[in-house]
Design a protein around this ligand. Structure first.
Ligand SMILES: NC(=O)c1ccc[n+]([C@@H]2O[C@H](COP(=O)([O-])OP(=O)(O)OC[C@H]3O[C@@H](n4cnc5c(N)ncnc54)[C@H](O)[C@@H]3O)[C@@H](O)[C@H]2O)c1
Length: 258
């Protein structure tokens, strides 16, 4: 799928990895709708990218809310055009052990993480798919492409990551069936599994903790940059043979128990 001249939706696009994807897509000439709940960051990014080759529009959208995503997509279609590209980055990562000194894991917290990370990803995929399937195919036969964001924690979650890992494992599990469901109509679905990336999520940690995280990465021994994540997203969007796959981008990291 070409990036230039097409419309993209980036959930969680106001910050971190999603922001990296928004910058890449707008820089390469796509119109981009940012779906996020952080209005301050989203509006700032929209203003900053005002003179990018592609148009950027921030919309307050809660990915876990069906009506909110439907309304966001409706505005996207009318203001920027029907989206051909969906990049899902919205996510949260609160930690809690299955049973700790304060008692068993809060069940509502578990449900919340699943609701945002897994249900939110599924929700945007299903509503995006409806639009993509209604569009005319490109000359290549392609109608659209989805890039979801899981995590290496889907495979080797650390202590306190049961909820997060379950949500990210769900994204891995549904990747191939979604790709199969949409294959006949020329819509691809893939997921990226990042290791440890320097985003506002991690920037809040003390420098020595960041350094120790970086040391645990075999090569390169540093935290990943959102632009490196965005570069893989670009490859997935533009390379038609990548379909039904989950790709790790982690400098050979294998998360330790803690
Ligand atoms: N940073 C890392 O090291 C890392 C590693 C592996 C996976 N990931 C995944 O990458 C994605 C992006 O992470 P990040 O590090 O850029 O985090 P981030 O906190 O910088 O960005 C996440 C964005 O999602 C938005 N968001 C949260 N809940 C939402 C909702 N209900 N609806 C719409 N938007 C919502 C937030 O407002 C925020 O702008 C997440 O799914 C995360 O799990 C990150």
């Amino acid at each position: 799928m070409d990036i230039k001249g097409n419309t993209a939706v980036v959930s969680g696009g106001a910050s971190g990895l999603g922001e990296g994807a928004v910058r890449m897509l707008a820089g390469e000439g796509a119109n981009v709708a940012i779906f996020d709940i952080n209005a301050e960051r989203g509006e700032r990014l929209e203003r900053e990218l005002d003179d990018a080759p592609g148009m950027v529009k921030f919309l307050i959208v809660d990915v876990a809310d069906a009506a909110s995503v439907s309304a966001g997509l409706e505005t996207c279609v009318s203001d920027l055009g029907a989206p051909r590209i969906l990049v899902n980055c919205a996510g949260i990562a609160p930690g809690q052990k299955i049973c700790g000194s304060k008692g068993p894991h809060d069940l509502d917290l578990f449900k919340k993480v699943i609701e945002v990370n897994l249900v939110g990803t599924f929700n945007t995929c299903r509503l995006f798919a409806e639009i993509a399937l209604a569009a005319d195919p490109k000359e290549s036969g392609e109608r659209g492409v989805i890039v979801n964001t899981t995590s290496v924690a889907a495979y080797e979650g650390q202590m306190g990551q049961a909820a997060y890992s379950a949500s990210k494992g769900g994204i891995v599990g549904m990747n191939l069936p979604i790709a199969r469901d949409l294959a006949r109509d020329g819509v691809r679905c893939n997921a990226v599994a990042p290791g440890i990336f320097l985003t506002p999520l991690l920037e809040g940690l003390p420098e020595e903790v960041q350094e120790s995280l970086a040391k645990g990465v075999p090569f390169p021994s540093r935290l990943g940059q959102p632009a490196e994540y965005a570069s893989l997203v670009r490859e997935i969007i533009t390379n038609q043979m990548i379909n039904g796959e989950v790709i790790r981008i982690d400098g050979a990291t294998r998360l330790q128990p803690r």
